[in-house]
Ligand binder design. Sequence first.
Ligand SMILES: Cc1cc2nc3c(=O)[nH]c(=O)nc-3n(C[C@H](O)[C@H](O)[C@H](O)COP(=O)(O)O)c2cc1C
Length: 254
Amino acid sequence: MTNSTLDLIHAHGSMRHFKSDPLPDELIETIVGAGQRASTSSNLQTYSVIAVTDAARRDQIAQLCGNQDFIRHAPVFFAWCVDLARLDQVCAMRGYAQVTEYTENFLIATIDTALVAQNAALSAESLGLGICYVGAIRNHPREMIQLLDLPRLVFPIVGMAVGYPARAANPRPRLPLSAILHRDKYNRDQDAALHDYDRAMIATGIYENRQVAVPGKSDVMEEYGWLEHTARRVAQTTRAFLRAVLEEQGFALK
Ligand SMILES: Cc1cc2nc3c(=O)[nH]c(=O)nc-3n(C[C@H](O)[C@H](O)[C@H](O)COP(=O)(O)O)c2cc1C
């Protein structure tokens, strides 16, 4: 089954090579305006986005985001932020005090922000633009908050580089549907699907035919693939400082 929307969705591949052409303001507004059409918890719209076009500022952002060079080359960097500050204002206007200190408050805003960002991403791609999310926006959150002048109760959860692609997107295979689509109850038997996916990812060539020892058998080698790559990745602690910065910013996560 297919249609033009499904074709667009399936053509997605993160873009990390951009032409230098700037994005007209109208295009930025079209993308973010379409993003805003995403569903939003209780119509609270707990997000804001900072569209950074200034080259010097994008250079500073790139430095804070692991020096990922494509951020310098993309004409726009969107900093997608959870935003409960606006609702503080709403409460003040009506004589209430907002409750913000529970995990649920942050989760609501995080889900809303992810939905608006992804709607914007698809909208950008529908207009012939390329996008790449930047989770590294959380590498140095205090510095990022300062750079973007974010008030209390606003926190940058993900960035997005957007621009005209300088090469074709390269859609990456996804896990077999059988691994993520469960029928009626959770299916724990995912071994075959994971091995199938490992082979599919190895076939893309991104791991450059590296070899790695089989776990527990140091003398037997097998191909380095998504399984090894992913296991290594999630075996590391990442950004363990985030909770403290969230608390400083007003999200106590109780
Ligand atoms: C929340 C999030 C954060 C990401 N952060 C980065 C990043 O900092 N740098 C990067 O190059 N790609 C980043 N990506 C892109 C992913 O690596 C990419 O989506 C994934 O490998 C699948 O590839 P595809 O988008 O080309 O299908 C991020 C994606 C998401 C959803």
